[in-house]
Design a protein around this ligand. Structure first.
Ligand SMILES: Cc1cc2nc3c(=O)[nH]c(=O)nc-3n(C[C@H](O)[C@H](O)[C@H](O)COP(=O)(O)OP(=O)(O)OC[C@H]3O[C@@H](n4cnc5c(N)ncnc54)[C@H](O)[C@@H]3O)c2cc1C
Length: 326
């Protein structure tokens, strides 16, 4: 690992200033992703600004919703009484991620900003436009079974690995950010980016911007929810495909729906057109299949990930069936 400087400020403004003024500085929270990447030489910050002393770990009621501090631990959020009562979809998504030990270190902000698990990104002997812009994409013609079927470009076909973010995009969350230019709010759906010509940029955050919290509005999705994750082992594995489904039912009729897929794109993939298909219809498998067909419009596979063209709609239908039965 390269040598680096280390600072641990206790005020958000000091942390923001430290990263804003130094192109080689980076925030560190739980460190469960960043330290791995540093050990492998994938990321080489020369200064780490440890944010764990900042007062950003509260989970509270705020403006008809829940506010999760950026430093709230994944395990603390999943165990919180308010979150369990009001946002069970988020609880399911969090508990589907990583392992208990990792969730005890991982934070809300760090989870959203974890980097892709594309093996070409991790292997510094291979080309990767995300790690080293301009070197090419090893996955395009390589082993691409974990890769995207939506929204990719010829520069990058990686997927975003976070489970929590799939639930948050479905639940219309908003990201609260503080930076050198002040505070701003970013709708969760606009937070992560598609790769386009700049796959090195995962999100729309500017240099020095610190995530301070995530707001989730109250919604009637407290019962009929499901986060359904398909992976190669039951724990400690990233999604091949995952689906978040939240339904408001009146008897067997769907009044409202929120849907998103994980493991299919460079960002958590919200399915607004498929949600519209569901509204006013009976909660049956036939309806769910119609929505899944709409959800898959525009999907395209590579040599080794064609299975996702079937797995993704089936996962979505399964999530909808599980949510209905909940
Ligand atoms: C073996 C293994 C299995 C895993 N399986 C899964 C899985 O199945 N599902 C899943 O979702 N995740 C999984 N993970 C990933 C894990 O969830 C992430 O490593 C974790 O959420 C990152 O959070 P952190 O606080 O440790 O982030 P860090 O490693 O500290 O930081 C990650 C990035 O976020 C930035 N950052 C952190 N906080 C802020 C902030 N407040 N503002 C601005 N920038 C910030 C850092 O600069 C860094 O770039 C797995 C990890 C491992 C090691």
């Amino acid at each position: 690992m390269n040598q680096f400087q280390y600072a641990r400020p206790s005020k958000p403004q000091a942390a923001i200033r430290a990263v804003a003024k130094d192109a080689n500085a980076q925030f560190i929270a739980g460190g469960t992703n960043l330290v791995d990447l540093m050990k492998r030489g994938v990321m080489t910050p020369q200064k780490l600004v440890d944010i764990n002393r900042l007062p950003l770990n509260k989970i509270e009621r705020q403006n008809n919703g829940l506010r999760l501090g950026a430093l709230a631990l994944n395990s603390a959020v999943a165990d919180d009484k308010l979150v369990r009562e009001r946002q069970p979809l988020l609880v399911q998504a969090l508990n589907a991620g990583a392992s208990a030990q990792l969730r005890n270190m991982a934070t809300v902000g760090g989870n959203m900003l974890q980097r892709t698990r594309c093996p070409y990104f991790y292997d510094t002997t291979m080309p990767c436009n995300k790690r080293a812009p301009g070197t090419g994409c090893g996955a395009l013609e390589g082993i691409n079974r974990m890769h995207a079927i939506f929204g990719f470009s010829d520069k990058c076909i990686a997927v975003h690995p976070s489970d929590m973010s799939v639930a948050l995009v479905a639940l219309d969350a908003t990201v609260l950010v503080s930076g050198p230019q002040g505070d701003r709010r970013i709708p969760f759906a606009d937070f992560h980016r598609l790769p386009g010509d700049t796959p090195q940029k995962d999100t729309n955050l500017e240099r020095g911007e610190l995530i301070t919290a995530v707001d989730i509005p109250d919604a009637p999705f407290t019962r009929h929810v499901s986060y359904y994750k398909v992976r190669e082992r039951a724990s400690y594995a990233f999604a091949l495909v995952s689906a978040a489904a939240a339904l408001e039912l009146d008897g067997n009729t769907i009044k409202a729906a929120r849907l998103a897929l994980g493991g299919v794109a460079h960002k958590p993939w919200r399915l607004t057109a498929a949600e519209q298909v569901l509204v006013g219809k009976p909660a049956t498998e036939a309806t769910f299949r119609q929505a899944a067909e709409v959800a898959m419009q525009g999907a395209k596979a590579f040599k080794y990930n064609e299975y996702k063209l079937k797995l993704a709609p089936n996962t979505l239908v399964q999530a909808l069936k599980t949510a209905t039965a909940a």
